[in-house]
Design a protein around this ligand. Structure first.
Ligand SMILES: [Zn+2]
Ligand SMILES: [Zn+2]
Length: 341
């Protein structure tokens, strides 16, 4: 595909889309039904439907009968852990293999013209972005993800939380399915904003931000405390009436969905003339500029707090102005603290 029909490339080789990012249209007043209709397919495709399908398949093929999960036996816990590891390896690995190892579409649609593996960086474990992501992802990411999953399934199996069936409550559960990504985003925005606070950033979140040019294995390259906070969105299923398949959907949304923002390419080509949108740009801009796009626009919190960056020159100017004011504030504070000579 000709990526220059969809965006422009600068002298450094970095590509950016022409189209501005937009927050979800249902927050706008007056309501714009046509905009919502246009936006809706992208809400489901490609990713949300993939996680929904993976959750259903996982429930039927991997999760044991509820009676087996009434106590914490290593057998079923290790089985879930092993399957989660294998699925992460296959899913993350497939994207890494095609786009970063085989470089099947070169740097077409690639936001950052460079490939991370071409540059060593001592900020990473073994100076490698991939090694860092793989060690952290499998070392603490998937274990913590599985721990939440085990806890939730154990609670369902013992009847500690209300288990609504799809046969009896189809509308309620479908509505919940629609709302869960919005919950994920609101929760993520809050924990993410929290760990951008100075001391927590240095201690916890800087690990994830070592990937200035993110690639698939950056997705779960996090400090274990960030993993804990990140996957804790699933705990909502211990609070509201739900169904274990939706709890698994929530975990797949977080665990596999983490890849989405870190793909590094705007479109994934499937043939000479076609490809699909990755939805990666908002979070790419977060990795590039740090203090914009704490969320992806599904909830309007960035817009509300003035941190939304839609990729345009105007947004860039607003961001620069915000940074300038911040430096000014910090200098003033520093000046006030320094005793006069
Ligand atoms: Zn990220
Ligand atoms: Zn961040």
């Amino acid at each position: 595909m000709d990526d220059l029909k969809f965006g422009k490339r600068n002298k450094r080789g970095d590509w950016a889309p022409f189209q501005r990012l937009e927050i979800a249209p249902f927050y706008r007043l007056p309501p714009r039904p046509m905009a919502i209709l246009r936006w809706l397919p992208g809400y489901f495709l490609p990713w949300n439907l993939v996680w929904a399908a993976s959750a259903v398949a996982y429930w039927h093929l991997v999760v044991p009968a509820p009676e087996a999960m009434q106590s914490f036996h290593w057998g079923w816990i290790l089985r879930l852990f092993a399957v989660n590891c294998a699925l992460v390896f296959l899913f993350y690995g497939a994207i890494e293999l095609r786009l970063y190892m085989q470089r099947a579409q070169g740097n077409r649609f690639k936001y950052n013209g460079k490939f991370p593996s071409d540059q060593k960086n001592d900020a990473f474990l073994f100076s490698s972005q991939n090694a860092d992501g793989i060690i952290r992802g499998f070392g603490t990411g998937v274990p913590i993800w599985t721990a939440f999953e085990v806890l939730i399934l154990w609670a369902y199996a013992n009847g500690y939380v209300p288990w609504m069936s799809f046969a009896e409550h189809p509308l309620y559960l479908f509505a919940l399915f629609l709302v869960l990504p919005i919950w994920h985003e609101a929760h993520f925005f809050c924990i993410h904003r929290l760990i951008h606070w100075g001391p927590l950033y240095k201690w916890i979140h800087s690990v994830h931000h070592n990937s200035v040019n993110p690639s698939p294995w950056s997705s779960l390259s996090m400090h274990p405390i960030e993993h804990l906070l990140y996957f804790s969105s699933s705990l909502i299923h211990l609070v509201i009436p739900s169904n274990p398949i939706l709890a698994i959907y929530q975990l797949h949304y977080s665990g596999f969905g983490a890849v989405v923002g870190h793909i590094g390419f705007d479109k994934i080509e499937v043939s000479e003339g076609s490809g699909f949108d990755s939805h990666a740009y908002a979070h790419y801009l977060h990795h590039k500029f740090f203090e914009v796009n704490y969320g992806d626009g599904l909830v309007p919190l960035d817009k509300l707090f003035g941190t939304w960056h839609d990729g345009s020159a105007e947004a860039e100017a607003r961001m620069e102005e915000r940074f300038r004011r911040k430096v000014e504030r910090m200098n003033r504070k520093r000046g006030a603290q320094t005793p006069a000579e």
